[in-house]
Design a protein around this ligand. Structure first.
Ligand code: FES
Length: 283
């Protein structure tokens, strides 16, 4: 149901006749399409159905490969504190450095399970990596390797249901990341804008859009309600749900953009910290 289809109920209590869909005469699930019984990758499709899964696989390999490098091997250049600047890589925020942390353990690994869990259980990323890496399914009307379907009801995939809890953590991270943005716009104790400030801002803005377009958030704020006007605070919840739904239409784009911007911000801060490039002050 699109945002435009769903309206506030008038709350008059008038009986509404259920809408009946005309039967096709075929029991649900009886016809699965020819590809269901075919071998892996067999299809009659003539379009380049394989291109998108391939592109997604390459994109994920590059960006997640970089994120791993930054979080595990790149701990010594996670922050740029020089010439009045204070830029912290988003992979290291919030920066935790307890006394018991051994030298070999990157501070990023102390917090990584939250953003990683949030992305790994995200509905969009699940579709992307199931399709690109598990080939399950590779595409619509394309033969699958697996002939049974258990949904996400067994270990390890049942853990995907933790997404809602990772979302709660992600909302806390959004607040922390905006504190980093404020710090990035203060140079020599005054408001100023440098290229680093823009990178940090872009990273946090896209992470915020990605988080606030989450399917679970849409469900929590109102998606699970049948009648807004019957619910407590129905009006504000309807407005919130409408806003989240509008963002949700672009969730896939925000997922990619935020992953790219986080890596770009880390790379920029890293290169400044290594004195490979100077941080350009704009005003
Ligand atoms: Fe993608 Fe929640 S569904 S972040």
């Amino acid at each position: 149901m699109s945002v435009r289809d769903r309206k506030m109920s008038g709350g008059t209590g008038a009986a509404v006749a259920p809408v009946r869909t005309p039967s096709t005469g075929t029991p649900p699930g009886a016809y699965r399409g020819r590809a269901y019984g075919e071998g892996l990758g067999a299809t009659e499709r003539k379009d380049a159905w394989w291109f998108l899964p391939l592109l997604q696989a390459l994109g994920l390999l590059v960006l997640i490969g970089y994120a791993n490098y930054a979080a595990i091997l790149g701990a010594s250049h996670h922050q740029f504190v020089e010439n009045g600047r204070d830029y912290l890589s988003p992979f290291y925020s919030p920066y935790l450095n307890p006394a018991w942390r051994p030298q070999w353990l990157s501070p990023a690994l102390l917090i990584l399970m939250w953003p990683l869990g949030f992305r790994a259980t995200c509905y969009y990323y699940r579709k992307a990596y199931y399709r690109s890496f598990f080939l399950d399914p590779m595409g619509c009307a394309v033969g699958e390797g697996r002939k049974g379907y258990a949904g996400e009801t067994k270990f390890p995939f049942i853990l995907q249901n933790l997404h809602r809890y990772f979302l709660y953590a992600a909302l806390v991270f959004v607040v922390i990341l905006w504190v980093d943005v404020v710090k990035a716009f203060i140079i020599d104790g005054r408001f100023a804008v440098a290229l680093g400030s823009i990178f940090v801002l872009a990273s946090t803005t896209t992470i915020t859009l990605y988080t606030f377009s989450c399917h679970s958030l849409r469900h929590i704020v109102g998606g699970r309600l049948d009648c807004f006007s019957c619910a407590v605070a129905g009006g504000p919840r309807h407005s919130t749900w409408t806003g989240v739904s509008r963002l949700n239409e672009h969730h896939m784009g925000f997922a990619w953009l935020s992953l790219f911007c986080v890596c770009a911000a880390d790379l920029y801060i890293r290169l400044c910290s290594m004195h490979v490039i100077p941080d350009i002050r704009l005003f």
